[in-house]
Write a protein that binds this ligand. Sequence first.
Ligand SMILES: *[C@@H]1O[C@H](CO)[C@@H](O)[C@H](O)[C@H]1NC(C)=O
Ligand SMILES: *[C@@H]1O[C@H](CO)[C@@H](O)[C@H](O)[C@H]1NC(C)=O
Ligand SMILES: *[C@@H]1O[C@H](CO)[C@@H](O)[C@H](O)[C@H]1NC(C)=O
Ligand SMILES: *[C@@H]1O[C@H](CO)[C@@H](O)[C@H](O)[C@H]1NC(C)=O
Ligand SMILES: *[C@@H]1O[C@H](CO)[C@@H](O)[C@H](O)[C@H]1NC(C)=O
Length: 698
Amino acid sequence: MDFFLKILMLPATLRKKKAPDYKTRIFVVLLFITIVVLICTAYGLYHQKILQKAYFQKIKFNKLKRVMKIYNNEGHEVIRARLGTTVNYDKALPCLPSDERKDGSICLEWMGRARLYLQFRELSTEVKCYNLQWIALKEAIHPTDCFDLSQSNDHWYGGGQTAESAWPLEKGNHDFAPFITGRVDKHEYGNVLKRYFISSKGVALMVDDITPLYVSVMGVDNKELCLKAKYDDFAYVNRIMKTAQLNYSICISSDMTKLHSNLVDNALWDGLKQEDMNVVNSLLTEPLWEITSMLKSELTEETISNYTENVIALGFLKQGHVLINEFWQKHVGDFEVDSERFPTLEEAITIMHRRGFRIVFSILPFISTESSNFAEAVKRRLLVSERFSDRRIPALTRYKSIQSAGVLDITNNRTIPWLLDKLKTVVSKYQFDAYYLDLGTAYDMPHYYECEKPLINPDQYKTLFINSLQSSVSMFGVNSAIERPKTPTFVSLPQFESSWDGLRRVIPTVLTYGLLGYPFLIPGAVGGDYEAPMTVYHTNYTSELLPDKELYVRWLQLATFLPVIRYTHLPSTYGDDKVMEMARILTSLRQGKVTPLLKKYAKASLDTGLPLIRPLWMLEYNDTACHVVADEFSIGEDLIVAPVLYSGAREREVYLPAGVWKDGIDGSLRKGSRWIHDYKVEVDKVAFFKRMPDDTRF
Ligand SMILES: *[C@@H]1O[C@H](CO)[C@@H](O)[C@H](O)[C@H]1NC(C)=O
Ligand SMILES: *[C@@H]1O[C@H](CO)[C@@H](O)[C@H](O)[C@H]1NC(C)=O
Ligand SMILES: *[C@@H]1O[C@H](CO)[C@@H](O)[C@H](O)[C@H]1NC(C)=O
Ligand SMILES: *[C@@H]1O[C@H](CO)[C@@H](O)[C@H](O)[C@H]1NC(C)=O
Ligand SMILES: *[C@@H]1O[C@H](CO)[C@@H](O)[C@H](O)[C@H]1NC(C)=O
């Protein structure tokens, strides 16, 4: 300051000798200001320089603010993150030599709070990956990194279905929730998850399996995706590490679709047999009939044979698979057919087989306390036990109609042989064709569960269960997963309530699951699922449960283009010729135009891991309009579908990616890379567009 004052005084002392004119004074003042500005700028730049260091050429990291920016090969900033948001301490130091790793990683420590390892890995010439690992040094620190989602023209996808069914991800908004499966009407995430996120700027985030992961998407102006590692008393109760560790990779490429192809699991044919491929093809070509009943007493041999007779009476639908829920047993967990309601099931199944149906029975890992197997399983200690209690005491839970049930402890090596023994007896007596695993979600685990070997989280249970049964019984589908089961096992979408809102959730969910690496999906029932809230507890439910007619028709139009078509209510239940006519037309459309494409792309997906049902951006990753379309999809790269998803709507907006497209309604040719506004779609029509060769002329 003194120094500045002296300079200011200078003109005054000069004045005594000879008063300078005002021009000189202004010149001196300007010179002075310039010098001050230059000094300040230099100081600032110098400070920035020492704070913001460059790592591995493409990362800039400001240690004080813990802001990280990563640049792609072209030098564009593609992601910006706030790291260690919970560290609350500014000074970062290099790690002690004893904490350094000898693998080329950079190590920084925020004294006694957290340590960060940063490592570089080149996956291929096109894909560069950076691994970040935060280690909390104190119990109270939950390492948290947040990624900016609000950059212009940047859109994010992946993770799983959220309560908002947001597509892209930044449209959603939710606080930190454990990243485990649940039901979106009660929890934050749906029935299928993968710790994988990808953005349109070509950035992917992949979190390691043992990280006790919480995720949020929050913020008003600056929306952020945050990852947090935190142990708790349910989802991440088993402390695999002493303190929470957040371990994830950021992979970068200039092209989002190439990045995805590089990261997705792409040898789905590994270990596949011809029979398996036949199962895939039969599911793609034939419907799935789900015979559900809310009351156990209503599911009888007669209901099933009447249902299959009604299917045949329709005349135009193929036979396909009949899926029977857990009510084939007297009590869930019996693993035996209830002979009261199914006295002659063997003959009934023989008849259904002769008619061309295949029969699938649901099995659950839950054993009702009313089942005779419960006492046996307790005695043999095959059940998950209650934490903080005697190991012999089973932990109880509820699931669907079962008021109290134990859960088979899959980590105990005597459980699977016991279960397989029971299942094989049933299969050999009744000649079932396959089983469907109804595993519930992570939240269906008893709250104080304890297995013989600790699980990383309750979702690991599913993977263990699926893997240990897969080689021994024919498994047709599962209703929840965190790892893709081996082909030909399909994975069900979550249940969607029978409403227009439920219908609008189907496309974002199918697209998300496809992106997570699940090409073989079973969508919910046409018209919505049986157990929809509101209708379940109605006494007069036979009339209540039939979905609204227009909704059913629009749902059928959408379902016609999805991998598997699943019915609970037959089109004939409406007693309306128009509904029947629509069903007939859509069936022939599916057989003629859709199933050949599904088969073609099913084969391709075994090699590439890419979904059958794709978002428009997979066709044209470069086209920003494609990034936000959440109500259209494409079968492979050949057919765009734009169903009507609003009650009473007779027109909609349609976007077509680059190329020449043939309109499925009027046969005209349409040029892509543009919107079609107010496109007319009457209630008996569905908008779809088939790709034509690029040189097709009008
Ligand atoms: C971090 O996660 C990666 C990917 O899952 C894994 O290969 C690596 O071993 C993990 N690092 C540590 C130190 O646990
Ligand atoms: C099955 O069909 C028969 C003949 O159509 C009918 O008499 C019977 O009530 C039906 N049973 C059930 C459970 O729907
Ligand atoms: C089952 O696990 C126990 C210990 O947990 C072990 O002693 C036993 O050998 C295992 N049995 C089989 C068949 O793997
Ligand atoms: C069920 O509801 C419908 C219409 O709401 C009514 O016509 C019918 O009588 C009711 N049936 C019974 C058994 O209450
Ligand atoms: C992507 O878009 C840019 C400009 O919009 C264009 O120059 C470039 O050729 C496009 N690349 C591809 C592969 O379509």
